[in-house]
Design a protein around this ligand. Structure first.
Ligand code: SF4
Length: 957
């Protein structure tokens, strides 16, 4: 998986081939940079890259090895969480190796991880604060920058209200910074705060949490070693999560586990599949129901599991009965015979795991897709078992953590929501008066109403204010670690940027925000340090927390994000209240105090037991953890699971080992066992929602039960187990009404677990979510639908108001775009780049590997359009956007489908924007953004954008 490069010259012919036609000779990296007009600094950076190669530490250190210090960190690109060992000499990061002791990556790295040193020391970073003045980037001091930006945003707050400034956070922040950022937005007085999770897995979080309790990966990468079958849908880990593939391949080898890959595109992952299912983009629900149809027909379902632990399966049966092989094939394009084979593979090889990523989530009915995947696992009885589960691979390195910290417009940290009680809980944790928090908002209604999601911030600017549910439009945007090109509707985004009063970009690299609009003033660019120049915790996709140590001091004039947050809080005058319980060294808040503060409040998901000391201990003794069970075998962490995956119940002193596998009743809760969460009441329409005869080992209640409260402890007579301090703390919150989520002492959790019970109760999973627009997941055609006959049978939703904004569904779908735009357009990732790509395209190692933005086109469509390999083509979108890209003609995509990667930026509708970047901060590789052709469309529950299916037209440029 690591792309091998030797002595600074690309092994593969790609670079030379791409350029030799132009310059008449094969060239090396140095010549390339020179001839493409890059600077001496760029060449110097390129010439040092050999130090970054994955190697044994010994090889990197020479005679003076004694001077080299090794620092442990974690890759900052994807959520697999691969360990990185940095070699530091005299404060300079001189080399790196993959962490061979990490139970997660076992010494493996992909190309991105193998070059993270370049990410930190990159020459293309933003080096000092700047502002755009008269169309030119002008250097400023930090003091002036904080003052000027603070004055401008403060003025907007004063004149238009706090909701007119949007605080856009990041999955690149560590947990402490993400938590602080959400807290910062609360103190500013708005819920207009969000981050990338909205546009990657929000439909997963909502769908999964509403099915069985928590919105996260249920098992782990390592646990896949125990899978007997693997079902991947809309997931391409060979490119998006490369090191995860080693775990998948292990199951293939060890268990002969069949790998089933369902994807409209024959991906690099599909190349490993035993069964590749090519289905039509956006027909996931139909596909899953088509598979379950065979399971029900052959009575392969797990009836005992369903009876004990699943609610609403009869309604699923009714819906599934409609998905005969013929109808499924009409909608998905997949023959019934193949789906029968898939159903049989899953039924005969249990437990099997289901993996999905953005191919499944980014749809207007994404929440239906994620719930359908869950139901497949519930029907097979594959939940709560090792080797089973829903292994939902997250995206950015800390997107799981930033989601848990709820850098989200609809919740406070730990998924507490926005109700009065939630605000009171967090006010208690923060040590501030609830009335003070209330005073920060324009109204109580706004304080308790979901803010605008990041997917729609442009509508917060562009839609007339009388149509939005807040007093004024958004006028100030703060992009704090966010790449705008990962979002759809870029032509409209450009307009929105031009209508803002103030734009602030805080990032180690400039991002496309710095160049997309035609603004000449009112844009500020502040240099943030990378995660390698600070320290703190990060949560991998499997819910394990790891600790990064600081490798080097912040480079250039950059500052760590939490310090910048403090400087702004001070400027706005709420520093004293906000940092009441957090020590500040000079201007840098003390990270460990922040960890301890969220430990003290996030009882809902068990982020309470992972103190900085415990996480650090796990990092130090990571070699003692088993590579499959993730359980320490002896040593100081004996019996604990690596990274104390949440829920890690109670206080750190209680010593809960973390929960490796969610909802697994085969273990006591005290040892990481669980059951489904009682989150939705005890009955629905007269039916019992609690588990029946299923409970974790050692549970003293041998049946289902509701979530724990003080009153319930009293009824059971278990309150006598509380200490006097715990009792006093419980009394202070709400007496008998205090529950397991609001008890700041952790006593209720401790006592419930002492008696073998799950603090959150013991219920059935919901196959039917009666609170959602489609209680039973339904297939619905995408807004830009390729087949009108299917629209008639499977229409989208009615237009509605959501998250403060009018949201269109049927008013778009009713128009037939399919004649003028006959090709399905979908998008995805490349192994070399991450997210919006600015960081990775600024990394010479990676930039060399993938230099052209392209579109994959099936030969049939290419020939019909008279397009040949490497021709430049235009891809046109029905909303008027267009991109000029290179044609890659391949059978990877089926007829009538075009695929584009979404990591490129710096070219807009044929126009090269390189000259608009600050000097020496332009990425090595620029290209058109696929999302210039990304169209309107938002999930009916979460406002996830629909990037995985729209329409386009292609033509030779
Ligand atoms: Fe591991 Fe992901 Fe980093 Fe690659 S990008 S090294 S898979 S964490």
């Amino acid at each position: 998986m690591l792309t091998k490069v030797n002595s600074g010259v690309a092994n593969g012919p790609r670079l030379s081939k791409a350029l030799s036609g132009v310059i008449g000779e094969a060239i090396n990296r140095r010549t390339f940079f020179k001839r493409t007009g890059l600077t001496a600094a760029g060449i110097a950076a390129a010439s040092t890259v050999s130090l970054v190669r994955t190697k044994k530490a010994q090889a990197a250190v020479s005679a003076d090895a004694g001077d080299v210090k090794k620092v442990t960190s974690v890759c900052t690109h994807c959520s697999v969480g691969c360990g990185v060992i940095a070699e530091v000499k005299n404060g300079v990061w001189v080399g790196q190796e993959a962490d061979f002791d990490s139970p997660i990556n076992l010494g493996g790295h992909c190309a991105k991880g193998a070059s993270v040193r370049e990410h930190a020391i990159g020459e293309r970073r933003v080096k000092y604060p700047m502002k755009l003045e008269g169309g030119k980037w002008k250097r400023m001091s930090w003091e002036d920058a904080i003052n000027e930006v603070g004055d401008r945003l403060g003025k907007i707050r004063e004149s238009l209200g706090p909701d007119s400034v949007y605080w856009l956070g990041s999955a690149k922040h560590n947990n402490e910074q993400a938590y602080l950022f959400r807290k910062f937005a609360a103190f500013w007085g708005t819920n207009n705060v969000d981050h990338q999770a909205r546009i990657c897995h929000s439909t997963t979080v909502a769908g999964v949490a509403n099915t069985w309790g928590y919105g996260a990966m249920t098992n782990s990468f390592n646990d896949i070693h125990n899978s007997k079958a693997m079902f991947l849908i809309g997931s391409n880990p060979a490119e998006a999560h490369p090191v995860a593939v080693q775990h998948i391949l292990k199951a293939k080898e060890k268990n002969n586990a069949p790998l089933i890959v369902c994807d409209p595109r024959f991906t690099r992952t599909a190349a490993h599949a035993d069964e590749y299912v090519r289905f039509r983009s956006g027909s996931d629900v139909a596909l899953i129901w088509g598979i379950i149809w065979h399971i029900f027909k052959n009575k392969w379902e797990d009836t005992k599991f369903i009876q004990q632990r699943v609610y609403g399966i009869e309604d699923i049966r009714t819906e599934v009965a409609k998905w005969t092989p013929e109808e499924t094939e009409r909608v998905t394009g997949v023959p019934g015979k193949q789906l029968e084979r898939v159903a049989r593979l899953m039924a005969k090889n249990r437990p099997g795991t289901v993996v999905w990523c953005m191919g499944g989530t980014q749809h207007t009915n994404g929440n239906n897709n994620t719930r359908a995947y869950c139901i497949l696992q519930l029907v097979l009885g594959n939940m709560g078992v090792s080797g089973g589960g829903t292994n939902i691979f997250r995206g950015h390195d800390n997107v799981q953590g930033a989601t848990d910290m709820c850098v989200l417009s609809h919740s406070l940290p730990g998924y507490y929501g926005l109700k009065t009680g939630s605000w009171k809980h967090w006010s208690r944790v923060w040590g501030v008066d609830y009335d003070y928090m209330l005073s920060r908002f324009k109204t109580k209604k706004l304080m308790e109403s979901k803010g605008i999601p990041v997917s729609r911030w442009i509508d917060g600017v562009l839609i007339p204010k009388d149509k939005i549910d807040q007093p004024e439009n958004v006028k100030g945007m703060v992009f704090w670690g966010h790449a705008p090109n990962s979002q759809t509707r870029l032509p409209e985004m450009k307009k929105a940027m031009e209508q803002l009063d103030t734009m602030v970009i805080i990032d180690p690299y400039p991002t496309v925000s710095a160049v997309l609009s035609d603004r000449t003033d009112g844009v500020y660019l502040l240099p943030a340090a990378t995660q390698f120049e600070t320290y703190g915790s990060v949560t991998a996709s499997n819910r394990s927390l790891q600790w990064r140590d600081k490798i080097v001091e912040p480079l250039f004039e950059s500052k760590p994000d939490h310090e910048i947050m403090y400087l702004f809080a001070k400027k706005f005058g709420f520093d004293a209240e906000m940092f009441k319980q957090i020590k500040v060294n000079g201007t840098e808040p003390f990270i460990e105090d922040i960890t301890r503060e969220f430990n003290g409040g996030m009882w809902t998901i068990g982020y309470t037991g992972q103190s900085p000391e415990r996480i650090r201990k796990h990092m130090k003794y990571r070699h003692t953890f088993d590579k499959t069970t993730l359980k320490a075998n002896g040593g100081p962490c004996d019996g604990e699971t690596f990274g104390l995956p949440w829920p890690c119940w109670g206080t750190p002193e209680m010593g809960h080992p973390g929960t490796h596998i969610l909802y697994d009743p085969s273990k006591p809760v005290a040892e990481g066992g669980l059951n489904f969460r009682a989150r939705f009441g005890v009955e629905h329409e007269g039916n019992n929602l609690l588990a029946e005869g299923s409970y974790p080992v050692n549970s003293e209640i041998k049946d289902g039960y509701p979530e724990f409260t003080m009153a319930m402890l009293k009824k059971l007579g278990w309150d006598k187990d509380l200490t006097a301090e715990e009792r006093a703390a419980i009394e202070k919150v709400a007496g008998d009404k205090t529950n397991w989520k609001t008890d700041l002492s952790g006593g209720i959790q401790r006592v419930a677990i002492k008696h073998g019970c799950s603090p959150f109760g013991n219920a059935k999973a919901r196959a039917k979510v009666w609170t959602f627009p489609d209680p039973v997941p339904l297939h619905r055609e995408p807004l830009y639908a390729p087949d009108r006959s299917l629209v008639k049978d499977y229409p989208t939703y009615k237009d509605k108001q959501a998250y403060r904004l009018p949201t269109m569904y049927e008013s778009i779908q009713k128009n037939d775009f399919s004649k003028e735009f006959p090709i399905i357009l979908t998008s995805g990732r490349l192994v070399e780049y991450e997210g919006g790509g600015e960081e990775t395209r600024s990394n010479p190692w990676l930039a060399e590997l993938q230099q052209d933005m392209f579109a994959e086109i099936n030969p049939f469509d290419a020939n019909n359009a008279n397009i040949r390999a490497d021709d430049m083509i235009w891809v046109h979108s029905p909303e008027g956007g267009k991109v000029k890209v290179k044609a890659l003609i391949t059978e990877r995509v089926g007829r009538g489908v075009v695929f584009m990667p979404f990591h490129f930026g710096g070219v807009f509708q044929g126009k090269d924007l390189r000259s608009k970047y600050p000097e020496h901060a332009d990425p090595y590789v620029i290209g058109e953004s696929s999302n210039t052709c990304g169209t309107y469309g938002y999930d009916s529950v979460t406002q996830m954008q629909e990037t995985k299916v729209t329409l386009c037209r292609i033509e030779r440029a």
